[in-house]
Design a protein around this ligand. Structure first.
Ligand SMILES: [Zn+2]
Length: 113
């Protein structure tokens, strides 16, 4: 499952950040997942429950926010949010668009102790 590798690298990042700050524990992890990243928050949370055991994240809580998709129309330069996966510019009706938000997974914030 693709969520497992995401969570593995998330925990690896937490370990590195905790070490850099000489922290003993990771209390909270806040991540933002783009709607286009194909990530199911439920699966991320389930994978986290399993993988955090015995790591610095053992007692941390994970918060997953979903970021909506935003795009820029290359024809008329309109910025718009994509609803229901309709990749068409609302202003000119063109489909020559570029996705500007909602593709990736971002770690917003990690709280350490
Ligand atoms: Zn347009």
């Amino acid at each position: 499952m693709h969520e497992f590798s995401i969570v593995q690298s998330l925990i690896a990042t937490c370990k590195r950040v905790a070490k850099e700050h000489e922290a003993d524990e990771v209390l909270e992890i806040h991540i933002t997942a783009g709607r286009l990243a194909g990530i199911e928050p439920h699966f991320i949370e389930a994978a986290f429950e399993i993988l955090r055991e015995g790591t610095i994240c053992e007692n941390s809580s994970l918060h997953v926010d979903i970021q909506e998709i935003e795009a820029l129309c290359n024809s008329c330069q309109t910025n718009f949010s994509v609803k229901n996966f309709r990749f068409v510019c609302p202003s000119c009706g063109g489909d020559n668009i570029e996705i500007t938000k909602g593709k990736g997974l971002i770690i917003d914030h990690i709280e350490l102790r």
